[in-house]
Write a protein that binds this ligand. Structure first.
Ligand code: SF4
Ligand code: SF4
Length: 367
């Protein structure tokens, strides 16, 4: 296993982290939790020492399964995470006791008395993040003082520039963000800012929600000269970034663990800039895909053009119109009707580095 330093700490973490949201569905339904726990145990055997979990994953059983495994290994050799937010606590104005009860539930399920990285979970926008800072950040600090959590981190679906804002507050030891060969331009400024600040950067969704393995031809360029499969090469693409500490791989089977381990064998780290240049030099073209560069920002009608175009990417890649709506609601929390506000001023199209027919796509999104 390839190990990296977590930000400016002395923690040595595996370049691959175990994502625990993919325990076998049938085993979960049938209550075969000991069997599911074989996955983290196997990952541990293979040197994966960062286990990422949360309430609600796997029908709310992920923490329990992960706890079963954790109780069978040396606790001090695993870096464990969990997550919380206003929605998880179940109240928009929670008290310290409510926060504490949520945390204690996670600790009980995980069979431990501390969590290494506790996430302020799923910050979809700056507004949402500000609300969380105001209402629960101090409870994170209290839990840290009591030793129940060791590091305060956040997870986010925000864009690079918004992530920079959060990073620059200096309130977090690390962050978890979605980053992959499909959306990397959206997030580069964020990962660079976090890295420079000495934060750990953990990446979820390295396979683009399954989009990359489902479209192997579009992403075959990642495998060139590697001898890896497309999913392995997509993991390696992310893990090879100097700015990225850990790449999470969701594993259902031991083969998935083996695949992920193989993806980082003999890893060479490069900066995000070097990686982009390398692919551009190979002639990789994103054709009609939005690359997330955000040069189109500044719409007079406040339309988040790059986010809507990212959603449109999903249609191009899956061939399904419904993929747009799914992406907008599940990832960006934006109603498709926002696209109808466009007054066709063409400002964004003139700025678009990909020369995309944005106005036409917005019409299609608006329906
Ligand atoms: S064309 Fe539409 S989306 Fe683009 S900047 Fe003008 S109003 Fe905004
Ligand atoms: S400028 Fe074009 S490619 Fe870049 S984010 Fe905007 S729509 Fe996408």
């Amino acid at each position: 296993m390839y190990y990296k330093q977590y930000g400016d700490t002395d923690m040595k973490v595996s370049a691959i982290g175990l994502g625990t949201m993919r325990y076998d569905e049938e085993d979960i339904k049938a209550g075969r939790l000991e069997k599911c726990a074989q996955i983290p145990l196997y990952a541990f055997e293979k040197g994966i020492n960062y286990w990422d979990t949360a309430p609600f994953y796997c029908e709310d059983k992920s923490e329990i399964v992960t706890g079963i495994a954790l109780s069978q290994v040396d606790r001090s050799k695993v870096y464990l995470t969990s997550k919380t937010n206003l929605g998880t606590i179940g109240d928009q104005h929670p008290t310290k006791d409510m926060f504490r009860r949520r945390l204690e539930t996670s600790l009980d399920r995980l069979r431990t008395d501390y969590i290494d990285f506790y996430h302020m979970w799923c910050m979809l926008s700056i507004e949402s993040w500000e609300k969380h800072m105001e209402r629960i950040y101090e409870f994170f600090e209290d839990a840290k003082k009591e030793g129940l959590i060791r590091n305060i981190v956040f997870s986010s679906h925000m864009q690079g520039n918004e992530i920079e804002t959060v990073v620059n507050t200096g309130k977090f030891k690390g962050m978890l963000i979605g980053y992959n060969a499909l959306n990397y331009r959206f997030r580069q400024s964020g990962i660079k800012a976090a890295h420079e600040k000495g934060m750990g950067v953990v990446v979820m969704n390295p396979l683009g929600g399954g989009m990359i393995p489902r479209n192997p031809e579009s992403f075959s360029y990642l495998t060139e000269g590697t001898g890896l499969t497309v999913p392995q090469a997509a993991l390696r693409f992310v893990a090879s970034h100097k700015e990225i500490t850990i790449t999470l791989a969701g594993c259902t089977t031991k083969e998935h663990v083996d695949d992920a381990v193989k993806a980082v064998e003999g890893l060479t780290e490069k900066t995000a800039e070097e990686i982009v240049k390398e692919y551009e030099d190979k002639g990789v073209s994103f054709n009609n895909l939005c690359t997330g560069c955000d040069y189109c920002k500044g719409c007079p009608k406040d339309i988040p053009v790059s986010k809507l175009m990212d959603a449109y990417n999903q249609k191009i890649l899956t061939g399904q119109h419904e993929a747009i709506e799914d992406r907008l609601s599940n990832h960006w929390d934006i109603p498709a009707s926002k696209a109808a506000d466009c007054i066709a001023c063409k400002k964004c199209e003139k700025a678009c580095t990909q020369h995309l027919p944005i106005i036409e796509r917005l019409k299609e999104i608006a329906g």
